[in-house]
Design a protein around this ligand. Structure first.
Ligand SMILES: *[C@@H]1O[C@H](CO)[C@@H](O)[C@H](O)[C@H]1NC(C)=O
Length: 129
């Protein structure tokens, strides 16, 4: 099964690979934020999604009004009711333009950006099981 981010549609498409290698759309998850890269945790199956809460600020970069950052964690993506948690959010004062995130050594979250910095932060135990 594939998860494909649709940055302008602000959603994730879940596609299934058939035996003949064709792709069948399974579902679309709407997130209301610009979805960039998706990392799948091999152990839990959770999706970690780097997002841009304000696309205009990201595409029209101005250091005085920087774009913010957002990371979503999605559990049970293949169930009827996937659960979406906001794992990280900030207004751009810490990091700007989060584009990718992945859990790191169990209790940490590593966030990469399209600009220059990466952030390593502690995970809230509620969101990491
Ligand atoms: C972000 O929020 C912090 C804390 O509320 C504030 O001090 C800072 O000025 C804000 N930065 C931007 C770019 O809005």
């Amino acid at each position: 099964v594939f998860n494909v981010a649709d940055i302008f549609g602000s959603c994730i498409h879940i596609l299934e690979v058939q035996e003949d290698k064709n792709l069948t759309p399974l579902k679309v998850l709407h997130l209301g934020t610009l979805v960039d890269n998706i990392d799948v945790d091999q152990e839990t199956g959770d999706l970690w999604v780097g997002c841009h809460p304000n696309g205009w600020k990201m595409f029209n970069y101005n250091p005085d009004v920087p774009p913010g950052s957002e990371v979503l964690q999605i559990k049970n993506i293949h169930s009827e009711k996937p659960m979406v948690f906001q794992a990280y959010a900030d207004n751009g004062s810490v990091i700007q333009g989060s584009s990718v995130a992945a859990p790191y050594k169990g209790r940490k979250l590593l966030i990469g950006t399209i600009f220059h910095k990466a952030l390593l932060c502690d995970l809230n135990p509620l969101q990491s099981d």
